[in-house]
Design a binder for this molecule. Structure first.
Ligand SMILES: [Zn+2]
Length: 68
C-alpha cells in the first residue's frame, strides 16, 4: 500500500502553518501612514498626505507567525 497517509499528513501540516493575518496591516502587507508635510511658501498650514509603507510587523508579508 502506498504511503499516501504520510503525504497527506505532510500536506496537512503545511497548510496548518502557524501564521495568521497581521493585525497591524490587516493582511495587506503595507500600512498607510499620514506624513505631515511642512508648511511652505504661500501655505500657512501644514498638510497631511498618506504614504504606504511596508508593514514592519510582518515585513510586508501580511502574515505573522503565531508564537506559542
Ligand atoms: Zn503587517
Amino acid at each position: 500500500m502506498p504511503r499516501t497517509v504520510d503525504n497527506f499528513e505532510a500536506l496537512k501540516s503545511l497548510l496548518e502553518t502557524r501564521q495568521k493575518e497581521c493585525p497591524e496591516c490587516s493582511g495587506e502587507g503595507q500600512v498607510e501612514i499620514d506624513v505631515p508635510r511642512p508648511a511652505s511658501f504661500g501655505r500657512d498650514i501644514g498638510e497631511l498626505y498618506a504614504e504606504w509603507l511596508a508593514c514592519e510587523r510582518c515585513s510586508g508579508k501580511g502574515e505573522i507567525k503565531i508564537e506559542e
